[in-house]
Write a protein that binds this ligand. Sequence first.
Ligand code: FAD
Length: 435
Amino acid sequence: MKMILESREIPVRGSYDVVVAGAGVAGLAAAVAARRAGRKVLLLEKSCELGGLATLGQINYFVPMCNGSGRQVVRGLCDEFIRLSIRYGYDVMPEEWRAGEPGENAAHRYSVRYSACMFALALTELIHDERVDLLFDTVASEPVMDGGRCRGLIVENKSGRSFYEAGVVVDATGDADILFRAGVPTVQGLNYFTYSAYGIDVEHCRRAAETGRIEKAVFDMAGGRANLYGKNHPEGHPFYTGTSGEDVTRYLIDNQLELLHRIGGDDRASREVISLPGMCQFRTTRHIDGDYTLRQADVYRHFEDSVTAVCDFEHKGDFLWEVPYRALVRTGFDNLITAGRTVAAEDYAWDVMRVIPPAIVTGQAAGLAAAQALEQDRPIHAIDVGLLQRTLEKQNVLLHYDDAWAKENREDVMRFTKLDAKGGTPYVAGSHDGL
Ligand SMILES: Cc1cc2nc3c(=O)[nH]c(=O)nc-3n(C[C@H](O)[C@H](O)[C@H](O)COP(=O)(O)OP(=O)(O)OC[C@H]3O[C@@H](n4cnc5c(N)ncnc54)[C@H](O)[C@@H]3O)c2cc1C
């Protein structure tokens, strides 16, 4: 059943070159990149802190950004963000990576665990210093379309409903909500039973006091414990789409009750949950059906329109992909682009793409592309990709990996299989835990 409501006038509150919906790491990178390219930028965030899953969602780990031989693959704004993540919180950067690539003899991969709250505060400082206009506690609800062009976004916040005009809209909602509502074809994903909160207890506090390391006081308290392949997803338990109000609520109730039951009530004096995730920990809700969809089988394939090289974060790190610009856009939608976990990628390639470092660099590419589309007065899918690539390279992004790094047997990467919704595909064991 559908209801037609009488039309109401909506105030126009502002006009921007680039409007970014969602301030997870992808949206933040897009906003910063567009701003540094001289554009007037509005960033809309429905929660009350910046960082999305990487802060509010309790994820506090930059997966490795290097291959298995001490060479950095994911670069660009990622370097700036990784340093920001530890600027005010505890600093666990591997020593050998502090001054750049350690090369062949690296004992550690380039990854960092950080304080999610301190990172969120540092991101607020960044956005403030960059003079990006930010609206917290603001839901970007509807794109207003004129054929294949988006005139801007209707938003909802304490001021009520209002409209912001946009030259280009970057959908960094993590769920492609804006592009879906604009009519861009999308692909629905499914999610496992996963929920992780932060806890402390007397024993961990003692360890922190003994070592003088505050991060040792905090540990993960799980509700659902499924990893990215579906390992630990209870048999017969339904999957979650994460794209309807009812489904999101079912996920939250299932997981919060599971967490409560797991914690129990015996040692109430000695332990505490210090925070629950402020957003659903869905890995793969929806991605656009872009002009190109990156696949697991594209491992070791070069793309002429690559906007960044990315690495496998779990295994030895020698599985490498390149991300074609076409995975961020869909022809026919002239001023809409996406970044982060909603770029067009399937199977294990979606997992490789959705983690924090690639989300940042695809955000950077989307923000720059938005600025250049306006400069060139062209549809965003038809910009001068060569110029975009040259600008990204000047910003230290690695577009193409070195062929000498591609050492692994290509067939190995095809083993990584997820538990699918029909339960037909088994979890394929490896030496990994899964994020
Ligand atoms: C269980 C789990 C474990 C993970 N572990 C790791 C890990 O260890 N390391 C790692 O690198 N990655 C990990 N990831 C992946 C990673 O954290 C995220 O995929 C990545 O941070 C995605 O960034 P994003 O900016 O694309 O999206 P998100 O972080 O989802 O950001 C989207 C933002 O948009 C906002 N938003 C949504 N809709 C609207 C709207 N309509 N209007 C306004 N704002 C809106 C949200 O509030 C949010 O701030 C994990 C993910 C999960 C779920």
